[in-house]
Design a protein around this ligand. Structure first.
Ligand code: NAI
Ligand code: MG
Length: 491
């Protein structure tokens, strides 16, 4: 079934990776034809009666119509959140708040299969990831923050933590349910109410979460989920009665939001783009490192702000690492996101596929050497072959700019000083990876790389207890862990 590139690794792997199709069933999924706005505990029609389509990027077929909220709808949602804050949520004992958050976590677990399948249908990510990573982590964030709700004085000893009021939260399409959990769970635990907007290409799991929240008995208006595109997001950002904005998405929109909020009393956290260095030293365990590189860049089609998109490999092992990397790429299965064997699913949207393809052309024109796996892509849907750029140089746009797709640039280095300099010489600073047998090298690099998260001898590991966030154009503020409580509190 799979073609190989003729190397010994590739031919061994190709027999091992020959699987028959194993698609996850969609029969247990219930989806509406049309989705409304979740405001004040009820699904309500948008005032202007406008709807947009959300499609399945693997089939290009429409899944459902989704309401487009305008300024008036945003205002209704903010009013509902304010009323719920004043009358109910801010007055409720913290231990009672915790029970609701805990119940939401339990209900996500109970409905995890349904969430996983819908996530893969609406956004294109492989079911293995939505099932094993997105959905369990989303539940874990609610569990984790439920535990903090009545212990805020212990989180911030000798200070008096107080909630802010209404939080406006805007999230992207790469981890739709998980980003909703990252935003909603700490906001509720700290006693705030919420108006959340999912991305226009992936609204369905957030709307399913809205159904779940309604069924959980959470008081009306504590969480409002409204849909729409950039205009709806801008209306949330600009609403005068919101106390805090939390945004995850592109650096361009992040900068725009920061400008809009300058001079207001609204608090802001931004989690923006990235261009992580994944650094492999000669003394690294090479096979594990190759798996880490593959996971770092091809996980979720490279739609990851912390993707290990720049590989730095020490000169003496470069040939070996590149040979093994190419062989491993041949065994990656690109295709149906709902198939349990799929490694790389669909690119989230036509627009994003065009962006990635544009960068692939830029890379070729800049003179880097391209290598793609020999897999065949499905005839329909938005797919991209796993791609390497060899001999990339520091000044190339493909090295400096975020591509947000399955495209890895490869640079070699000789010394620790050289790699630190190159890794840091970039506008972003979200994450990095270091692979070496030597602990002292890890400590040296982790203290000198300007990145918010640094993994050592692993990559893309997430846990609700550890904070996440960046430096420079990757944004500011931390999400996750104890640090993730602070942006929702005043003292
Ligand atoms: P985007 O930043 O436009 O979208 C993210 C969210 O912001 C969506 O919910 C969108 O509706 C909303 N939004 C758009 N314009 C807004 C505005 N003026 N005010 C308030 N909210 C607004 O990202 P897009 O265009 O989908 O992706 C472009 C690039 O951004 C990607 O190629 C990637 O490089 C980067 N990106 C980074 C993400 C991250 O996790 N850091 C996530 C998504 C994209
Ligand atoms: Mg969609």
């Amino acid at each position: 079934m799979k073609k190989t590139n003729g190397s010994p690794e590739a031919s061994t792997l190709s027999t091992a990776w020959d699987y028959t199709p194993s698609p996850e069933s969609t029969e247990h999924i219930h989806l509406e034809k049309q989705y409304e706005l979740f405001i004040d505990g009820k699904f309500v029609k948008p005032g202007a009666g406008k709807y947009f389509d959300t499609i399945n990027p693997a089939t290009e077929q429409k899944i459902a119509s989704v309401a487009e909220a305008d300024e008036k709808d945003v205002n209704k949602a903010v009013q509902a959140a304010r009323k719920a804050y004043d009358k109910v949520w801010s007055r409720m004992p913290a231990a009672e708040r915790a029970k609701y958050i805990y119940r939401i976590a339990r209900m996500i677990q109970e409905r995890s299969r349904e969430f996983a399948v819908i996530e893969s249908m609406d956004g294109g990510k492989p079911i293995r990831e939505s099932r094993d990573i997105d959905v369990p982590l989303a539940a874990n964030h609610f569990f984790y923050y439920a535990g903090w709700a009545d212990k805020l004085e212990y989180a911030f000893p000798n200070r008096k933590p107080n909630s802010l009021g209404v939080a406006g939260q805007i999230i992207p399409w790469n981890f739709p349910l998980l980003m909703a959990a990252w935003k909603i769970a700490p906001a509720l635990a700290t006693g705030n109410t919420v108006v959340l907007k999912p991305a226009e290409t992936t609204p369905l799991t957030a709307l399913k979460l809205a159904e779940l929240i309604r069924d959980s008995g959470l008081p009306d208006g504590v969480v409002n989920i409204i849909t729409g595109a950039g205009k709806t997001g801008a209306a949330i950002v600009g609403h005068p009665d919101i106390n805090k904005i939390a945004f995850t998405g592109s650096t361009d929109v992040g900068k725009l939001i920061q400008k809009t909020l300058a001079g207001t009393s609204k608090k802001l956290t931004l989690e923006l783009g990235g261009k992580a260095a994944n650094i492999i030293f000669e003394d690294a365990p090479i096979d594990q490192a190759v798996e880490g590189i593959i996971n770092g860049i091809f996980f979720n089609q490279g739609h990851v702000c912390c993707a290990g998109s720049r590989l730095f490999v020490q000169e003496g092992i470069a040939d070996t690492v590149i040979r093994k990397l190419k062989a491993r790429m041949e065994s990656l299965i690109v295709g149906d996101p709902l198939d349990k064997n799929t490694d790389i699913g669909a690119i989230n949207s036509k627009g994003q596929l065009e962006t990635i393809n544009r960068y692939i052309e830029i890379g070729k024109n800049e003179g880097a050497e391209i290598h793609q796996s020999s897999c065949t892509l499905p005839g329909k849907g938005y797919f991209c072959k796993p791609t390497l750029f060899l001999n990339a140089s520091q000044s190339h746009r493909i090295v400096q700019e975020e591509i947000f797709g399955p495209v890895l640039t490869i640079q070699t280095f000789r010394t620790v000083e050289e790699v630190i300099e190159k890794a840091n010489n970039i506008p972003y600073g979200l994450s990095a990876g270091v692979w070496t047998d030597k602990g002292s090298k890890i400590f040296n690099l982790t203290s000198r790389l300007r990145a918010g998260v640094i993994w050592a001898n692993t990559y893309n590991k997430f846990d609700p207890t550890s904070p996440f966030g960046g430096y420079k154009e990757s944004g500011f503020g931390r999400e996750g862990g104890l640090h993730g409580l602070q942006p929702y509190l005043k003292f």
